[in-house]
Design a binder for this molecule. Structure first.
Ligand code: DX5
Ligand code: ZN
Length: 235
């Protein structure tokens, strides 16, 4: 299991301190939500911020590109120290080439699907990615409520992974709190992004530990997947 606090929910006046707080929390990945004001109706931060915080932790940087033109951002995020880039199925025909490009640049690659988009759109990419991100809210803003209707999509992706003997991580993102993380784990998710559900806690380490325990209790098999070298989980 991987817990990935989203920096979108941190105190923007203190990116450095918040990254150090994440580093001490025991969470494996830092989830970095990149919003361009076009693909989604919000703007977050860019490669400049990621480059500044990169020296503050050795942990895995999981970059989620909610951007209409990811092609212009691949190299800047590689240079900034991203370990993984996730793009969206909603980009249509361009997604496959982007996946190939990201991999050829030596980074891990993920494919995301928004709540209104059919889960079937993921099928062509399943054997080509390290991570499948099932969005559990409509992307753009932190602090939204989990959409229950996304649970069958997680189950479907988990079923495809099992039936085809694939190894990608199944990530959920949006409205993930202690209770919804457990529901997603039961549906087959193993990688949990949480912004307001974790960063809002004064003691981030305690919150991460609690989420891990709750998820483990709901699906003990996930305990075996725990590791502090995220690349192993993605191998
Ligand atoms: C949603 C982002 C999420 C966001 C989740 O647009 O992709 O990663 O940070 O925030 P919470 O956990 O607050 O819903
Ligand atoms: Zn995200």
């Amino acid at each position: 299991m991987i817990i990935a606090p989203s920096l979108l929910a941190c105190d923007y006046g203190r990116f450095a301190d918040e990254t150090k707080r994440f580093d001490r929390s025991g969470a494996e990945w830092l989830h970095l939500d990149i919003m361009d004001g076009h693909f989604v109706e919000n703007i977050s931060f860019g490669p400049g911020v990621v480059k500044q915080i990169r020296p503050l932790t050795k942990r895995f940087f999981d970059v989620h590109l909610m951007c209409s033109k990811p092609e212009v951002l691949l190299e800047p995020f590689k240079q900034a120290g991203a370990d993984s880039l996730t793009i969206h199925t909603e980009l249509g025909d361009r997604a496959m080439e982007l996946i190939w490009k990201i991999r050829s640049m030596g980074m891990k690659v993920g494919i995301a699907v928004n709540p209104p988009t059919s889960v079937k759109e993921l099928e062509p990419y399943l054997g080509k990615v390290d991570l499948v991100l099932v969005m559990t809210v409509n992307p753009g803003f932190g602090g939204q409520s989990f959409i229950d209707e996304t649970l069958p999509k997680i189950q479907q992706v988990a079923e495809w992974r099992r039936a085809r003997g694939l190894k990608f991580n199944i990530q959920v993102d949006g409205g993930i709190k202690f209770d919804t993380a457990a529901e997603c784990a039961r549906a087959g998710a193993d990688t949990f992004v949480s912004g307001s559900g974790l960063f809002a806690h004064r003691n981030l380490k305690q919150a991460v530990t609690k989420m891990r325990r709750i998820v483990q209790a709901s699906d003990p098999a996930l305990a075996d997947l725990q590791c502090d070298k995220p690349s192993l989980a993605l191998a």
